[in-house]
Structures are given as C-alpha cells and as structure tokens.
Design a protein around this ligand. Sequence first.
Ligand SMILES: Cc1cc2nc3c(=O)[nH]c(=O)nc-3n(C[C@H](O)[C@H](O)[C@H](O)COP(=O)(O)O)c2cc1C
Length: 181
Amino acid sequence: MEQKFNIGAIGLRRSIRKYDRSRPVEREKLEQLIRAAMYAPTARNLQPWQFLVVTDRTLLDRIPEVHPYSLMMREATAAILVCGDREKDPSDLYLVQNCSAATQNILLEACAMGLGTVWLGVFGRHERMDGMSRLFALPDSVVPVSLIAVGYPMEEKPFPQRFQPRLIHENRFGNIWEAPE
Ligand SMILES: Cc1cc2nc3c(=O)[nH]c(=O)nc-3n(C[C@H](O)[C@H](O)[C@H](O)COP(=O)(O)O)c2cc1C
C-alpha cells in the first residue's frame, strides 16, 4: 500500500533534466545557491571548497565532451562545479563529504526557489576530473567533486516511494525497527 508521509521540502526535490533554455537563472538566485552551499557543515569547519559558476553558453554546451551523462547541460542555463580546495585542507580525508554536503544544500535551496537541478558525479572518475580541470582551467589544488545543472524546470516528477523500514536497525544490526504507532 502506498504510504503517504511528510518529509518537508526534501520530499519535493527530484532530479530535473529538462529546462527552459529561454529563461536564464538570475545572478541573485545563483548567488543564493552558493550562499546555501557555504552554510553546509564541514569537518573542523574548514570550509575547504571553491565554487565555479558556469553561465557561458559555449562552456555549458561543451560539458558533455568531458562528462558522458550530462547532455541536459545543453538545456541548462547555468551549472555549478563544487570543488574541494587542497590549500585549505590538504588532508583529503573529508573532501568528498564536505563537497557533497554543499552540493545537497544547493539542490534543496534550488528546489525551494522553484529551480530545477541535477547532481552529476565527477569525483572518482579520473577522466571527468581531468576534463573539468582542463575545461575550467582549475589550479592543481582545486579538485572537482560534483557538477550541478541549473535551470527553470520544464518537467515535473511524482513523489517516489522510497521509505523502507526494513533498512532500519535498532541497537544491533538485524534488530528490525518497529514502526511508531
Ligand atoms: C553522486 C551522484 C552522481 C550522479 N550522477 C549523475 C549523472 O552523471 N547524470 C545524471 O543525469 N544524474 C546523476 N545523478 C542523479 C541521480 O541519477 C538521481 O539523484 C537518482 O536517479 C534519484 O533521482 P532523484 O534525484 O530525482 O531523487 C547523480 C546523483 C548522485 C548523488
């Protein structure tokens, strides 16, 4: 049976891959997205990141040359490359976690602002990392982690059923969670 529950704004976010090409995202809104990113938690509060905002049509159109699953960039009117900054934190230990928290903040803020986004994985795929570094002339200390396509949405998606109580364990792995009444 389909369960309905309220998980607030998080429940409204979905990956959007179709955008209105004729409606650029305003600069204030792009800045607001970066502001949201910079309020993400980071290990030791080092905030070891850099954000590259892509608004140039030619660059957006070239992203699929360096990322195989990014054709939606040809419709997106902006993109944000979230990068780790090894100058601020050379350890690398929490580079991915820090940047992922920032990435999710951007997705949620964008959703609250009526914008569509999709998270594209970059970190760990060396050809994508090298491609992004070349395309955006990143210095060696700046490590691309995720790329976010941004635009005014041209598609709507239904709320998916994802909650699976059997994946929750209480106190000891295997002790299944008993749902609250
Ligand atoms: C680390 C990561 C990498 C992803 N990479 C891609 C990608 O390369 N291309 C793409 O279209 N979507 C990508 N996605 C989006 C997922 O496909 C999407 O989040 C998933 O299908 C769930 O759908 P939802 O975001 O609408 O809830 C990625 C998501 C994450 C978290």
